[in-house]
Design a protein around this ligand. Structure first.
Ligand SMILES: Cc1cc2nc3c(=O)[nH]c(=O)nc-3n(C[C@H](O)[C@H](O)[C@H](O)COP(=O)(O)OP(=O)(O)OC[C@H]3O[C@@H](n4cnc5c(N)ncnc54)[C@H](O)[C@@H]3O)c2cc1C
Length: 258
């Protein structure tokens, strides 16, 4: 028994006696899969999922498309809820619960309730770490200005969409010019974001520090995609590296990355 990083297959098979207590840290793709798989391996286990965010098992791949209103119904992104996981698989899912530390000798994790601030120790027999990744925020001057977003979670998506909706509504009154957006990073998520911003009628520039868009692809495969983007009015701009992000937010040209 011990600590595992995101693989339910590593969890032990059930044994007679006291039910095994499995604690899963992180409740999105990996965490929800581990918890569900663990339940299938052991119908008696006590399974607890600790997720510091306020959603579990959501469809990250749909986030840009809700911003673009291609997926209009936000609830379609929420594949499971704590209630549905409790009901269908008897999994104890606690959202807004952040794991701050692991005591491997005592086999406990220290948990903080994000909203209430209360802390407690949660014992485990098996611990699965499914904590995923954070978006890279390059240390550029201005990166924390209002209107500079990352897209990773439901809350990020809500913030981008609210900002965009407000700007589009204002532009429709004639009180401001067209909505200008800049996407930093021409990987898969950046281009999906660009596509959806364009779909909403925004002007879109894409900034990429590599010498091509979609850096994981061979250059000759990225060229047709770049042509397609340009044909749709999206301008990919290779630059050495973004150096700063300038405000203020209410200027006619809201954000420009140099
Ligand atoms: C916009 C977007 C589009 C994508 N599109 C695709 C796609 O089309 N196809 C594809 O295959 N993949 C896509 N991906 C990637 C895919 O979403 C990720 O590979 C997947 O979400 C990884 O799941 P995960 O559970 O490992 O990590 P995450 O989704 O990062 O989940 C980890 C969770 O752990 C929680 N956590 C972290 N630390 C703690 C802690 N200390 N205590 C408690 N909880 C903690 C976090 O809050 C987070 O919710 C996309 C991702 C994004 C952001």
């Amino acid at each position: 028994m011990g600590v595992y990083a995101g693989s339910a297959e590593s969890l032990s098979r059930p044994t007679k006696g006291t039910p095994m207590k499995i604690v899963v840290v992180g409740g999105v793709a990996a965490g929800a899969s581990v918890a569900a798989r663990a339940r299938r391996l052991d119908e008696f286990a006590e399974i607890v999922v600790l997720e510091r965010g306020h959603h579990v098992s959501f469809a990250n791949c749909g986030l840009p498309y809700h911003v673009g209103e291609v997926i209009a119904d936000r609830s379609r992104l929420l594949l499971q809820t704590p209630e549905s996981l409790r009901e269908s698989l008897d999994i104890d899912v606690r959202v807004g619960h952040e794991v701050l530390g692991i005591d491997r000798a005592a086999k406990t994790v220290t948990v903080r309730e994000v909203d209430g601030g209360r802390s407690y120790e949660e014992p485990y027999d098996e611990l699965a770490l499914c904590t995923g990744a954070e978006p890279l925020r390059p240390p550029l001057p201005g990166i924390d200005l209002a209107g500079v977003h990352v897209l990773r979670r439901i809350g990020d998506m809500d913030a981008i969409k609210a900002h965009l909706d407000a700007a589009i509504a204002l532009a429709a009154t004639g009180a401001r010019g067209p909505v200008r957006t800049v996407v930093i990073g021409a990987g898969y998520i950046g281009l999906e974001m660009a596509e959806n911003l364009k779909h909403r009628g925004a002007l879109v520039d894409v900034v990429e520090m590599s010498d091509q868009i979609l850096p994981p692809l061979d250059h000759e495969m990225s060229v047709p995609v770049e042509h397609h983007l340009r044909s749709r009015g999206i301008t990919p701009a290779p630059v050495d590296c973004g150096r700063s992000v300038r405000g203020p937010p209410r200027r006619r040209t809201q954000r420009r990355t140099h």
